[in-house]
Design a binder for this molecule. Structure first.
Ligand SMILES: NC(=O)c1ccc[n+]([C@@H]2O[C@H](COP(=O)([O-])OP(=O)(O)OC[C@H]3O[C@@H](n4cnc5c(N)ncnc54)[C@H](OP(=O)(O)O)[C@@H]3O)[C@@H](O)[C@H]2O)c1
Length: 320
């Protein structure tokens, strides 16, 4: 098969050995894969795949099952699926633990389904499963125009929350169309002030943060009593001073997770939660994939260049 191989930080579309399914695994003939910001880090040598995972980039895909390994129940060759991957989506075929397969949601094409597994599993596991966002609460999403953000806005609204986002102003209109109640231009406005003006000084109940260090203190300032912060990205660095007094005064909680590094059984539990709680919302059209554009798989470098520019809104897909 052919795959995108990283060599000297360049992406090469080249011939590689076909994957074989091990115990509990299936092989997918890839129809579409999505680009994630983490793929750019992997290319720079900062985000290696976990041991045993395919070495090629690509954290999610859709396609058709072409081989089923021993010990797999309930899946068959020819089945149309999408999947959360630990790597290998930028390829013609990829091997994946069966617990990370999801059905193509009702009403979506096989291509559209590639836009959902990574964002759905990341947002659901942090904001819903861990932070317990409830109807009537307020959610602050940093980077509302990211793949993660466009999904989080829709899921937050579907759960009955008020959703505030930070993003560059060019993205505001489309984010409001997705359901955002307030869009904050982080380049011209202090988001803490905007949050307090909008919430009557109370603050937000849950923060989904992709920025990290440079937003830590301000995220705590923006928090309502009993608020929860999930840090899932470090675009603003990893090291910052934490004022425990400020956190205690809010009775606040900060957590941080990386989906890719989680053990396979944990990923299977997250995927099952997404199938049960999120896929019905997708089937009902309440949560939709937001696809900015597509590129041929062989042109993954151009797709990554677009992502690096941050001029996209939502997901960038690679088509076989
Ligand atoms: N921990 C996990 O398990 C996990 C899983 C998936 C993704 N992530 C992380 O989630 C983040 C988003 O991933 P993605 O693939 O969805 O990326 P993406 O589509 O490339 O989005 C990144 C966005 O960050 C925004 N941004 C940059 N600086 C900002 C700032 N100071 N304040 C607010 N927004 C800012 C940019 O939007 P503007 O144009 O508005 O600046 C850009 O669109 C990445 O950091 C990624 O590593 C973590």
């Amino acid at each position: 098969m052919r795959a995108i191989v990283i060599e000297d930080k360049q992406l090469l579309w080249t011939e590689v050995p076909d994957p074989e399914p091990g115990h509990g695994e299936v092989v997918i003939d890839v129809t579409a894969a999505a680009v994630n910001r983490a793929d750019l880090l992997q290319r720079q040598g900062h985000y290696p795949p976990p041991p045993g995972a395919p070495v090629y980039p690509g954290l999610e895909c859709s396609g058709v099952v072409s081989a089923v390994g021993p010990g797999v129940d309930g899946h068959h060759v020819g089945e149309r699926v999408c999947a959360l991957l630990a790597g290998g989506g930028y390829a013609e075929r990829v091997v994946v633990p069966a617990g990370q397969l999801l059905p193509v949601p009702t009403g979506l094409s096989l291509v559209e389904a590639a836009a959902l597994p990574e964002v759905a599993c990341t947002v659901w596991s942090n904001t819903v499963s861990h932070d317990r966002l409830r109807a009537g609460e307020t959610l602050l999403v940093h980077g509302g125009g990211s793949g993660i953000g466009t999904f989080a806005v829709q899921l937050g609204k579907a759960l009955g929350a008020t959703v505030l986002v930070t993003a560059r102003s060019a993205k505001h209109e489309r984010l409001r169309a997705l359901g955002a109640d307030l869009t904050i231009d982080y380049q011209t406005h202090d988001f803490v002030r905007s949050v307090h003006e909008t919430t009557g000084g109370r603050g937000v109940d849950v923060v989904l943060d992709i920025i990290g260090a440079t937003y830590l203190a301000r995220n705590i300032e923006a928090l309502a009593p009993g608020g929860r912060i999930s840090v899932i990205g470090f675009q603003g660095g990893t090291r910052a001073e934490l004022d425990l007094g400020a956190l205690m005064a809010k009775r606040g909680t900060i957590s941080s997770t990386s989906l890719r590094a989680r053990p396979v059984p944990e990923k299977a539990r997250i995927v099952a939660g997404v199938r049960d709680q999120v896929w019905p919302l997708v089937a009902a059209g309440v949560v939709k994939p937001v696809i900015h554009t597509t590129f041929p798989l062989a042109e993954a470098a151009a797709a990554q260049e677009l992502m690096a520019s941050s001029d996209h809104l939502g997901k960038i897909l690679l088509l076989r």
